[in-house]
Design a protein around this ligand. Structure first.
Ligand code: NG1
Ligand code: ZN
Length: 537
């Protein structure tokens, strides 16, 4: 009997005295607290697959940019998207069951409330990043999958986006939306082929140095290089750095996308010369930021998610115009309130494209991007991708007939990008090739890219508060509704600063408030952030 098996298996994974919450990035915390959570998420993965008539569900064990001693777990839905939001509360509820008996009871309650036929097949695939705690957490996951009778495949070490890719490939296999071959090799082949088509006739100038945060992106990028043409063959030269995965304590330490974005500086280990094009991935390779040292003034210049979004949006809008498709396909950009105001202004005033602002968390951006035919979404921290609607896919792949050789050329590039860009989730390796392709097409170096707009000075601060639950924010987290008096005081403060903008919101991943402020000068942005922080303290 599965119930007895689940009960017995659950007893091997006792819950510590902690309250868990499935947040913006699934469950994430110190790895030593996660054993019971992983077991219970495994049970939920079985239920989710059964609910969806045996479609394959993904489980990723990673804590992304967090320190090496952390880990985390998240579920991937059949098309490679994040777990449907309504299921997050089931995950939280199951994870907080006080004892094994309650685990089994809640497992059955979820099944009966959601009318899940427990006789249905359950199919689950999983992978992990390079953290030392990963393999023991996988063992807990396997206990759950076995005791709940799921069929499962272990994909071992993968980047988060690679797992999302595989889930989508499996569930679209044999349909008209077939996404790719179901293997890691299939992922490299698909992207490498798309890259070759997208870069055709253009030259990538100089090499790009990729800091892999000493995470899973390192070995995966090295493997990927075997499929990518070098510059000598009309491709790209990629220098891989910070790819030491044998020293677990090196993960995300003084390197990686989060280090670079938060500190606005290159990793101290960087040997790049002024002008060199560099980028950094995070620990599970779903985020990327670019940067370089400007040879003119030796100043460090960051090109974050906002820069990638604006670059991609401008290129895709140009291509769709050149292909004769601009009337048919609506291009738009999705950002969060953390996007630099200068980038938003550039998109609306210069690119003349619509911008939608959503709450923090990729699931919100992803959802909003599906409302455009070509929806570009990025968080400022470098997590994002571009989504093509079913209508866009139809136009690009067969419905639209180009009227001239120029239109045909643009259409071919769009088609290549459709395959190059990961449609399931933000993917640092795919995003990097996208950026490289666009720079090559535009004939731009880092200086030209930087010149598109000037970032407004900004400051992000973390504020410890007694209870972040008392803060209620609305309007894509830009307005504070509760406590009642704060927003009007915040407005008064903001008015005093030229180009001032500020908001405060409770973090979804840490027990703290985050305050963001921007203004015309660095000193003013700092001051505004401090004053708003004082308001919420
Ligand atoms: P929180 O802790 O809710 O601010 C952070 C990032 C998000 C997102 C999530 C998930 C900032 C300001 N916030 O969320 O953008 O990436 O983590 O990892 O960067
Ligand atoms: Zn990540």
């Amino acid at each position: 009997m599965p119930s007895e098996q689940i009960l017995a298996a659950s007893a091997k994974h006792p819950k510590p005295d902690t309250t868990f919450q499935y947040g913006t990035a699934g469950f994430r915390m110190k790895a030593n607290l996660l054993d019971s959570v992983v077991f219970r998420v495994g049970l939920l993965a079985s239920l989710r697959s059964r609910k969806l008539n045996g479609q394959t569900i993904g489980v990723m064990i990673t804590a992304s940019h967090n320190p090496p001693e952390d880990n985390g777990i998240k579920l991937v839905d059949p098309m490679g998207e994040m777990l449907e939001q309504s299921w997050e509360s089931h995950a939280t509820w199951l994870a907080n069951s006080p004892d094994d008996k309650t685990v089994v009871e809640r497992y059955h309650t979820i099944a009966s409330e959601l009318k899940i036929n427990l006789e249905n097949k359950a199919n689950v695939i999983y992978a992990r990043d390079t953290r030392a705690s990963g393999s023991s957490l996988v063992a807990s996951l396997v206990d759950a999958l076995q005791s709940s009778g799921a069929v499962y495949t272990d994909y071992k070490l993968l980047t988060t986006p690679q797992l999302h890719y595989l889930v989508r490939c499996i569930n679209t296999k044999g349909t008209q939306y077939e996404y790719g071959e179901v293997s890691e090799k299939g992922y490299y082949e698909k992207l490498a082929d798309a890259f070759k088509r997208a870069i055709k006739g253009k030259t990538v100038s100089g090499a790009v140095t990729v800091d892999c945060a000493n995470g899973v992106g390192g070995p995966k990028l090295r493997e990927f290089l075997k499929y990518l043409p070098t510059a000598a063959d009309g491709g790209i030269d990629i220098k891989v750095v910070n790819d030491d995965v044998l020293k677990p304590e090196a993960l995300n330490m003084n390197c990686g996308a989060d280090y670079v974005k938060t500190g606005q500086r290159a990793p101290p280990s960087s040997k790049a010369s002024p002008g060199d094009r560099c980028c950094s991935l995070d620990g599970d390779a779903d985020r990327i930021v670019y940067y370089f040292v400007n040879p003119k003034d030796n100043a460090f210049q960051l090109l974050d998610g906002d820069r990638i979004a604006t670059l991609a949006a401008s290129f895709l809008a140009d291509l769709s115009r050149q292909a004769g498709l601009s009337e048919k396909l609506a291009v738009g950009v999705v950002q969060t309130a953390y996007a630099n105001g200068a980038s938003t202004h550039y998109i609306t005033s210069d690119l003349k494209l619509p911008v939608v602002c959503t709450a923090t968390g990729v699931k919100h951006l992803h959802h909003a991007a599906t409302r455009f035919d070509i929806g570009v979404y990025f968080e400022a921290n470098g997590h994002g991708t571009v989504l093509f609607s079913p209508k866009a896919v139809k136009q690009l792949t067969y419905a639209y007939e180009p009227q001239s050789p120029a239109q045909k050329t643009a259409l071919d590039t769009l088609r290549a990008l459709l395959d190059l860009i990961n449609q399931a989730v933000g993917d640092a390796l795919s995003d990097m090739l996208l950026v490289e392709v666009i720079l090559a097409h535009k004939g731009w170096g880092m200086t030209e890219w930087t010149r598109t707009y000037v970032d407004l000075p900004n400051r992000l601060v973390r504020v410890e508060v007694r209870d972040r639950g008392m803060f209620k924010v609305v309007d894509a987290e830009r307005q504070m509704e509760e406590p009642k008096n704060i927003q009007s005081q915040l407005n008064e403060l903001v008015q005093k600063y030229k180009d001032g903008r500020s908001f405060a919101r409770p973090s979804g991943t840490e027990d703290a408030m985050r305050v963001y402020a921007e203004a015309a000068t660095r000193a003013e942005a700092d001051q505004l952030a401090t004053r708003v922080a004082d308001l919420v303290k």
